[in-house]
Design a protein around this ligand. Structure first.
Ligand code: HEM
Length: 507
């Protein structure tokens, strides 16, 4: 698996600092020379424009390149929940917190869309899927995602996750030192391959697919955001890998489709795509093998780095010097109680009862969402409403942004917001429930994450197997939590994340 620092292609994977810097440079280089606010929008109360010096577009660009989080911090302090940063010839309007971001999450694709800000992913996902199609076709394709990831299917995925986790940790031995981010990334690519790409890939073609996936990953460089088709080696390797992937899946899909109707079917995301049919608007046809390949690549990227990072942060907090004494005993007790009731087995229903582990993961995701900024392009102006009830008009042509990282640290929403405290989601407190869109680690509303249950299950499987089998101690930084690596496209902990494990005698 490629290092997290070099990841690439899922649409929202590119929302870290590197991407934002590249994206705003693109806007600077390619935009028209004036902030083009339509005249009907100009008459309304517009968001305050951040003071970025005598050449605002350039000033905004410089601020962004230093890091979007510092821009947000400065502007939020001065202007509040809604503000615009001039970047080159474009306006980036921020909607911060659960009040202002309502429209971001609820607005229709026709009014605010992802396509314009994420379409440079087309060479990686391929033609004819996701950002290379109009909204209607995309909606049909996303119904196939929803079908593949619905809870009923999750039961069999969870069994496969458990099998992979047992196999993986059995190889660890009695004691040792590992980089936990590296190890969990490897395990997650194994489980994701099995559940998403299918048995044929996991059992026979894993090395080959993994190699091609690596080239796709490396094919998304910051320059790719500006010029996705620039003739550089990384892009040539990416294009070759995309074709290889298509050839590999063409054969698998053909074989699966050639099976007799009464043959036993595989239980994986690939099979859902193989059987899916578009509506009559598109002739009721099957997906082509190339479309299926694109959808699988998107799903693989969606689950891989986000889940590896979230499981790593969860482990780091629980094994850290500061928090292990406070929270680990309760988590271990939860495992003992579950074992007392259900034995050693792990399945979907049993994992669903691990409320405390669930909150421990959710709290890690609150403090460290791997996707630090989400964006849309505004096709029709709309009013955003602040917590004070002020209406501020966001004009057509703006790029709107919201930030899980920033919103999750607002004291107005989460008490003592910088502290790791899984109990904040527990009965009696439920700080995330007081207002919709307070917790946006999985996005929210219209385009909220379709893999949320999958991700919780995946992280809970590996954490419960780990907790049952081993004791841990965080070694890096003298046992303190590492800093986030904001240079990465998907923001995870800065490595090394060295941990010592020792096999348990008993739980
Ligand atoms: C901890 C792990 C994960 C995190 C933090 C996460 C986060 C997110 C976020 C923030 C979005 C919204 C993006 C936006 O609004 O622009 C999203 C969308 C999405 N995620 Fe995830 N994700 C995770 C795991 C997964 C997994 C495992 C899958 C699939 C197997 C998946 C599939 C998707 C899909 C298909 C969408 C697009 C939904 C749409 O546009 O309608 N994600 N995810």
């Amino acid at each position: 698996m490629a290092a997290v620092e070099s990841v690439g292609a899922l649409w929202y994977y590119v929302l870290g600092t590197v991407f934002v810097a590249a994206f705003v440079c693109a806007q600077f280089l390619t935009g028209k020379p004036k902030y083009a606010i339509p005249s009907k929008d100009r008459k309304k109360r517009l968001p305050p424009l951040m003071d970025c010096g005598v050449v605002p577009g350039l000033g905004g660009l410089v601020k962004f390149v230093k890091g979007p989080l510092s821009v947000m911090k400065e502007a939020y302090g001065k202007y509040g929940e809604v503000f615009t940063v001039p970047v080159g010839s474009k306006r980036m309007t921020f909607l911060i917190g659960p009040w202002a971001s309502v429209h971001f999450f609820r607005g229709s694709d026709e009014v605010i869309s992802q396509k314009e800000v994420y379409e440079f992913n087309v060479p990686t996902f391929g033609k004819g899927v996701v950002f290379d199609v109009d909204h209607r076709l995309r909606r049909e394709q996303f119904k196939f995602f929803a079908e593949a990831l619905r809870p009923a299917k999750m039961r069999s995925y969870v069994n496969q996750m458990v099998m992979e986790a047992e196999l993986f940790f059995d190889k660890w031995g009695e004691t040792g030192e590992i980089d936990i981010l590296h190890e969990l990334s490897s395990l997650i690519i194994n489980t994701a391959s099995r559940c998403l790409l299918g048995r044929e890939v996991r059992e026979n073609l894993f090395e080959e697919v993994y190699r091609q996936f690596h080239f796709l990953d490396m094919g998304m460089q910051p320059i790719s955001v500006l010029f996705p088709y620039l003739p550089i080696k990384a892009h040539r390797d990416r294009d070759r890998a995309r074709k290889e992937m298509s050839d590999i899946f063409m054969k698998i899909i053909k074989a699966r489709r050639a099976q007799p109707a009464d043959a036993a079917k595989e239980d994986d995301v690939l099979q859902t795509f193989v059987e899916a049919r578009y509506s009559e608007t598109y002739g009721g046809r099957e997906m082509t093998p190339d479309e299926i390949t694109g959808m699988l690549i998107a799903a693989l990227f969606a689950g891989q780095h986000t889940s590896s990072i979230t499981s790593t942060w969860t482990a780091l907090y629980l094994f850290s010097e500061k928090y292990r004494h406070k929270f680990l005993p309760q988590l271990l007790q939860e495992q003992r109680d579950i074992i007392k009731e259900h034995g050693e087995e792990l399945n979907y229903d049993i994992l669903s009862k691990m409320d405390y582990l669930h909150r421990a993961m959710k709290e890690a995701l609150r403090l460290h969402p791997p996707l630090i900024m989400l964006m849309r392009y505004v096709h029709e102006g709309f009013d955003a409403e602040t917590s004070k009830g002020e209406k501020i008009h966001v004009p057509k042509g703006d790029i709107i942004c919201t930030s899980p990282t920033f919103a999750h640290r607002l004291e107005s929403v989460y008490s003592n917001s910088l502290e790791y405290d899984p109990h904040r989601f527990g009965p009696g407190r439920e700080e995330d429930k007081k207002r919709p869109f307070s917790f946006i680690g999985f996005g929210g509303g219209r385009h909220s994450c379709m893999g949320e249950t999958f991700a919780y299950m995946q992280v809970k499987v590996l954490m419960s197997v780990l907790l049952r089998k081993f004791d841990f101690e965080l070694l890096s930084n003298n046992g303190a939590i590492p800093e986030p690596n904001y240079d990465a496209m998907v923001v995870g902990p800065r490595q090394p994340c060295k941990v010592r494990f020792t096999k348990k005698k008993s739980l």
